[in-house]
Design a protein around this ligand. Structure first.
Ligand code: ADP
Ligand code: ZN
Ligand code: ZN
Length: 821
């Protein structure tokens, strides 16, 4: 007897063992199966392995159904899942849940219905009694769950009778959570002639000579299909496209079908826009770019991972395109990761022109059917494909993966924060690549400090591009002292005088401006209006955050806290304030200031629906808009030609974020947003407004000096033992009861201290300490970066088991965030 380890889409610590019933063939690693879990529930699971060892201690249930003839997940995918579960301290089921599109994993309740192709009478003839009863019941209802079938027919082992019914195609699984996946079809038109039959065409033309409309339709078809060409096969023509082109109604088309001029047929298509039109050649690289390209290719001989550190506008994307081309031509797949869905918009167009329908796009804003389509295409296709996607694209069933590109690798949005798996797609992609024997290219103008450290230490190869394409100058950055502006009454509250004047000039010259306001500016932060003092932790290199509820300033890392001082401790004035302002108000103000110009806004609120983002980008790109106000969404990778002025309205909120990565994030964001200015021939000007003009991070941005920034930052990391000199695991504990949450967190932290000693910090209430009625506590574990994560996982599990019976632990949910971003 054989057994299968089945991963279920549940946060269970391990996989579950099921037996493979006699006669069920084709259950292999990666198969999708239906299994019973608990008394009544059925789940779709994935077979992780098949083995002959009967488990001890419980009786196994058989697999109820095998859902597809061939596996839908490849073996390397399963290895990657296991790696994610181990490294990010979560369950394989949680990874499975994130990895597989909903359309492939109906959960909990699986419904059965009568197959539409089934002839009930004919089918019933050869059935066993139980099968017939089940069939009758299902046919009298529209659809039924397996447990309903069991209870209503009182057949205990119903799945063993259902299986043959499914196999014969009498019943089908109707997925309840989502509509069952169906390939999309379009109606196509063709002539009822063989290609090249010129006499036939003349005959058809004669048939239509009494109707100009029909004749138009025929001519349009001949043109669109190239039917008369002697050199090429006729192209397929979509019915709708033909009707539109010829300007005819469905009635006219129908008349032509009735006359047997046209035939209409259905064709199933992938839900991608089929690319018609020719691809363009990839623009040749400049000499400097060519050198970088060669250095990358050379570096890959000895390194698994290369970092391309290229200033904004240096042509990193062009270099990627050449690398992609090379790998595709070698017959291998390429994964191109971008940190945010929004970035796929501009890149899709650019890559589509170069790679045509070899390009697939995959991200979570696609409909489920679209995602299933891409999944199947990657699974089945043996053609070299380029997959462009946001982080969930790392889960696709690649084969022959040859190259992974992680663009803007420093971006924190590569990290999934909630729910589990809390994985970093950049790091996961590198593991994925190595499992396939593929190489990884990381690209950024402002590499993550951790990444750059690895590159300098030889773990990764490093290639630098320090010039913009065609020598366009990097923008001039001016740091504006807002205290001074206010004192001299030059600022209008939001815009300083230099930013205002430069924007006026740009508008006057018919150019465009971007205004950036950090989204996190909504969160309250504390600053002295008079002298710019901000409260900082005495133990950590982070700013303190004001908690309104307790009226305290707190450090999120070590638990240090102090009351909000009534007077500023630096200047003794009564001017300490908690404030923040958002893009909406700013857009309004800017609009008032620049009357007659078109002002747009881009933030989470204005881009909720799928197309809104694209529309704003397009509007701005075609200069239907003069000024765009936005959050960090506007900072990343976008390429606008006419932008000459960029304003950073308030850099303070970036600089004072309570987190050891605050400086890094601030430098990255400012350098990226500055990089949007002056990308073509026009000079670009960037204005950074702050109350802390002496801040070292700002000085490095003004000089566009990444290296100097890095040197400063890496020293502070080393001193405080932050990554890359340690690895951080945040342990979150949540409970519906606030006292129990605190008690459980202390219990857990103390137990951790017995093993990990001073590596344990906290517990501490996180900034948002109550989420969806749960009270949160956070314990920080700072461990050696060389520590084995599977060992850490085992220790954490042991500690948890030793405390598991404590009611406060029992009523708590505990989860881990490894490498928080
Ligand atoms: P990055 O990704 O480094 O910010 P891009 O690849 O977006 O830079 O290049 C900036 C601009 O310069 C783009 O508009 C791009 O089309 C153009 N460009 C860069 N390299 C070339 C090249 N070799 N040939 C033609 N245009 C180029
Ligand atoms: Zn002060
Ligand atoms: Zn602290």
């Amino acid at each position: 007897m054989l057994f299968a380890e089945v991963v279920l889409p549940l946060p269970l610590y391990s996989s579950f063992t099921y037996s493979i019933p006699e006669g069920m063939e084709g259950v292999v690693t990666g198969s999708r199966v239906l299994v019973q879990f608990g008394r009544r529930k059925f789940y779709t699971g994935i077979v992780a392995s098949v083995h002959p060892d009967a488990p001890e201690g419980y009786s196994v249930k058989p697999i109820s159904l095998l859902l597809d003839p061939t596996p839908i997940v490849r073996f390397p995918q399963l290895r990657l899942w296991q790696w994610i579960a181990d490294y990010y301290l979560c369950s394989p089921g949680e990874v499975y849940k994130a990895a597989i599109p909903t359309g492939l994993k109906p959960e909990s309740t699986t419904f059965l219905s009568l197959s539409p192709d089934c002839d009930l009478l004919e089918a019933s003839a050869s059935l066993k009694e139980e099968e017939a009863r089940i069939l009758q019941l299902v046919s009298s209802e529209k659809r039924l769950s397996i447990s309903d079938i069991e209870s209503r027919t009182e057949i205990t082992n119903a799945t063993s009778y259902i299986r043959p019914l499914l196999e014969q195609g009498v019943l089908e699984v109707a997925e309840a959570v989502v509509e069952k996946y169906r390939p999309k079809t379009v109606r196509m038109v063709r002539l009822s002639l063989r290609p090249g039959d010129h006499d036939g065409v003349h005959r058809l033309l004669d048939l239509t000579n009494r109707s100009t409309r029909q004749q138009n339709a025929l001519m349009a078809y001949l043109d669109m299909s190239g039917f008369l060409s002697t050199r090429t096969e006729p192209k397929e023509v979509e019915r709708d496209a033909l009707m539109q082109r010829a300007g005819i109604t469905p009635g006219i088309l129908k008349a032509m079908v009735d006359k047997e001029i046209f035939e209409v047929y259905k064709k199933s298509v992938n839900r991608f826009q089929d690319f018609d039109g020719d691809t363009c050649p990839i623009p040749p690289l400049t000499e400097i770019q060519r050198d970088a390209f060669d250095a990358i290719a050379e570096g890959f001989r000895t390194k698994e991972v290369m970092l391309l550190h290229g200033v904004t506008g240096s042509g990193k994307t062009e270099i990627y395109a050449h690398l992609i081309d090379r790998v595709l031509n070698a017959g291998r797949q390429v994964l191109f990761l971008v940190p945010e869905i929004s970035l796929t918009t501009q890149l899709t167009d650019r890559l589509r022109r170069l790679f045509g329908d070899r390009l697939l796009v995959y991200h979570s804003k696609f409909s489920d059917n679209e995602r299933v389509d891409v999944w199947r295409r990657v699974l089945d296709s043996h053609d070299p494909l380029l997959i462009l996607g946001a982080r969930s694209a790392v889960f696709l069933p690649f084969h022959h993966l040859g190259l992974v590109i992680v663009d803007e690798e420093h971006e924190s949005s590569y990290k999934q924060y909630d729910p589990a798996p809390r994985y970093n797609a950049r790091d996961t992609a590198m593991v994925l690549a190595s499992m396939h024997g593929a190489k990884t290219l990381l690209g950024s103008a402002t590499p993550a400090v951790d990444t750059y450290y690895k590159a300098l230490n030889g773990k990764y190869g490093l290639v630098t591009l320090s010039e913009r394409f065609e020598g366009a100058a990097l923008p001039t950055v001016e740091i504006i002292d807002m205290k001074d502006q206010r004192k001299r009454k030059l600022s209008d509250g939001i815009l300083s005088q230099p930013l205002r004047l430069a924007t006026e000039q740009a508008m006057h010259d018919g150019k465009q401006a971007l205004m950036f306001q950090n989204r996190r500016g909504f969160a309250p932060f504390v600053v002295c209006r008079n002298c710019g003092w901000t409260p900082r932790c005495t133990n950590c290199d982070v700013a303190l955050v004001y908690h309104k509820h307790s009226d305290l300033l707190r450090c999120h890392y070590c638990g240090f806290s102090m009351p909000l001082p009534p007077l500023c401790p630096a200047c003794q004035e009564n001017s300490v304030e908690v404030y923040g302002y958002g893009t909406e108000r700013i857009a309004e103000e800017v609009h008032r200031r620049f009357e007659g110009y078109r002002v747009g806004r881009m933030d989470l609120d204005s881009t909720r629906n799928k197309d809104a983002f694209q529309e704003i980008i397009e509007d701005f790109s075609c200069h239907n808009m003069d000024i765009l106000v936005g959050t960090q969404m506007i900072t990343k990778g976008l390429d606008f030609g006419d932008v000459t002025v960029v304003g950073v309205l308030n850099a303070d909120s970036l600089l004072n974020f309570p987190d050891f990565r605050a400086n890094e994030r601030a430098f990255n964001m400012l350098e990226q947003v500055a990089g949007r200015a002056g990308r073509r021939s026009d000079a670009g000007y960037v204005f950074i407004q702050t109350t802390d003009p002496g801040n070292a991070v700002l000085a490095h941005v003004a000089a566009h000096d990444y290296k100097a920034f890095y040197e400063m930052e890496i020293q502070s990391r080393e001193r405080l033992l932050y990554p890359p000199f340690s690895r951080i695991i945040n342990i979150f504990l949540k409970n519906k009861n606030s006292t129990d949450a605190e008690a459980a967190a202390h219990l857990f932290a103390n137990a951790l201290r017995a093993t990990f000693g001073p590596r344990v910090l906290g517990p501490e209430k996180p900034f948002v300490s109550r989420v969806a009625t749960w009270y949160l506590q956070c314990i920080m574990l700072k461990i050696e970066s060389s520590a084995s994560m599977s060992k850490v996982k085992r220790i954490l599990r042991t500690i948890y088991e030793s405390l598991a019976r404590d009611p406060r632990i029992k009523s708590s949910v505990i989860y881990y965030d490894v490498d928080p971003a």
